[in-house]
Ligand binder design. Structure first.
Ligand SMILES: [Zn+2]
Length: 223
């Protein structure tokens, strides 16, 4: 089975309870960022050394520290709840009942099974109950949850759950279309395939509302 075939089976009403949370330990933030960087630096040194690389070579001397910083501060920086985007919303009664769509939000994430990139686009929509968020806030929420070791299905659900919380409505939807380098660059090397995941809350469970959203983003995928 490809990822594409899998997703229809995996996305279901029961999916949320088991998969929505990133599996973090209770003591995940006992170490400071600097302590994590020092520890991961030693780990990366060990990996490269074990592979036979000469770590005194100028080209890779700085790699362990660079990778450790990148893990903690950048590509996995969204593990830390302290970095969650603020949830400022504003009232706009004129938007009441209106569907707001932010499409083509760039997604850079990391597959938690292979630690290889997931690259794609997220399309997010909500039906306003009078509360709206700035469009850049939607991008920041996507980026925050993407910066974790991820599973695309979970990322999709986490974005929807956060927007439901911020906007105080169930009427939120997200579709993500992304390439997984673990599929595209190794194994079966299927460079064309991408994976589509979706999560439809509240009114988006209605076929007409869902269709309106999918028409906006012009995705032909059948759900
Ligand atoms: Zn993978």
């Amino acid at each position: 089975m490809t990822h594409n075939e899998d997703f229809k089976d995996e996305i279901g009403d029961n999916h949320i309870a088991t998969n929505a949370q990133t599996p973090l330990r209770d003591n995940a933030f006992e170490l400071s960022d600097d302590e994590k960087i020092a520890s991961i630096k030693a780990d990366v040194e060990n990996i490269l050394h074990t592979l036979g690389m000469d770590l005194t070579d100028d080209s890779i001397k700085g790699t362990p520290n660079r990778v450790a910083k990148m893990f903690v501060k950048e590509i996995f920086g969204g593990l830390n709840p302290a970095k969650k985007p603020g949830s400022s919303t504003f009232e706009n009664k004129y938007k009441y009942g209106e569907m707001l769509v932010e499409k083509n939000i760039t997604v850079y994430s990391t597959c938690e099974h292979h630690l290889l990139p997931i690259v794609g686009r997220a399309h997010v929509a909500y039906i306003s109950n009078g509360t709206v968020v700035g469009l850049s806030k939607m991008n920041r929420i996507v980026d925050y949850f993407a910066k974790r070791p991820q599973v695309q299905e979970r990322l999709t659900i986490q974005i929807v759950q956060e927007l439901k919380r911020v906007l105080n409505t169930e009427d939120v939807a997200c579709v993500i279309d992304a390439k997984h380098l673990c599929v595209n660059s190794r194994g079966i090397r299927d460079i064309e395939s991408s994976t589509v995941t979706s999560e439809f809350g509240g009114k988006f469970k209605d076929e007409n509302v869902r269709r309106e959203f999918l028409d906006y983003i012009k995705l032909d995928t059948q759900f």
